[in-house]
Design a binder for this molecule. Structure first.
Ligand code: SF4
Length: 237
């Protein structure tokens, strides 16, 4: 699997290869079980039930790093943050920021395109309770590392959605940029900002989960602030 990720010549190749990954037995079983049982509201739909690749152009200057696909969102539609409440909040914010051509993301063929932005997850399969194990995170890391490597020429800023994504970034520094991560690791928080020489800046943002957005812990205005900062740091108009 590591070799397959490393061999991916471009994003299209990587997206195809990751979609065919079966490296984590627990997650393979879960993604397929969810796709078979379905949620009642979606019982007439064919679920994707496979790993979910990244989304966005190869010359992205901003990356948004999430945790993992949602069982009835990305795992259903086959596109990251698509078809769930988290995506509703995220894409509305990206549209306000001028980084998405439409404020909604409901299906893989809905016409959504991103500008200057690539979205991907630290773990590419939906995990039970949204909680991958450390071993699953590490097994999936080569896909993330290769994806960052492929957009490295343009990438300037990474927005980490939540502490899991924030923590998943540090090994990227070593694997992709050949840089030693800072010690101690900077602490995650909403609005946290870390920058190093010749590597993308890292911005912390509370995850766009319902748990955060329904309770007001993360508001649209807070997301707007993060994307305004990300655009400034990335030099995106
Ligand atoms: S989580 Fe990642 S490594 Fe594990 S099966 Fe899915 S795509 Fe493969």
């Amino acid at each position: 699997m590591v070799a397959r990720a490393a061999r991916a010549a471009d994003l299209a190749d990587l997206d195809g290869a990751v979609s065919d990954c079966f490296a984590c037995p627990r997650l393979v079983a879960w993604r397929e079980e969810v796709a078979r049982v379905k949620r009642a509201a979606f019982r007439d739909q064919d679920y994707w039930g496979r790993p979910v690749p990244g989304l966005g152009p190869p010359d992205a200057r901003i990356a948004i790093l999430g945790l993992a696909p949602a069982a009835h969102g990305g795992n259903r539609t086959g596109r990251i943050f698509t078809g769930d409440r988290s995506g509703d909040v995220l894409f509305a914010a990206l549209h306000r920021a001028g980084l998405a051509n439409q404020p909604t993301s409901v299906a893989a063929d809905d016409g959504l395109t991103l500008r200057d932005t690539r979205i991907f997850a630290a773990v590419r399969c939906a995990p039970p309770d949204n909680k991958p194990t450390p071993a699953e995170r590490d097994t999936c890391a080569p896909w993330l590392h290769r994806e960052v490597e492929l957009i490295r020429p343009s990438l300037r800023v990474v927005v980490a959605l939540g502490a899991f994504a924030w923590a998943a970034w540090w090994p990227v520094l070593r694997q992709v940029y050949g840089r030693r991560p800072p010690t101690p690791r900077p602490v995650f928080g909403h609005g946290a900002h870390w920058s190093g020489e010749s590597v993308p800046a890292l911005l912390g943002c509370y995850h766009v989960s319902q748990q955060n957005t329904f309770t007001g812990r993360l508001t649209p205005a807070m997301l707007d602030d993060v994307f305004t900062r990300a655009k400034d740091l990335a030099g995106v108009d």
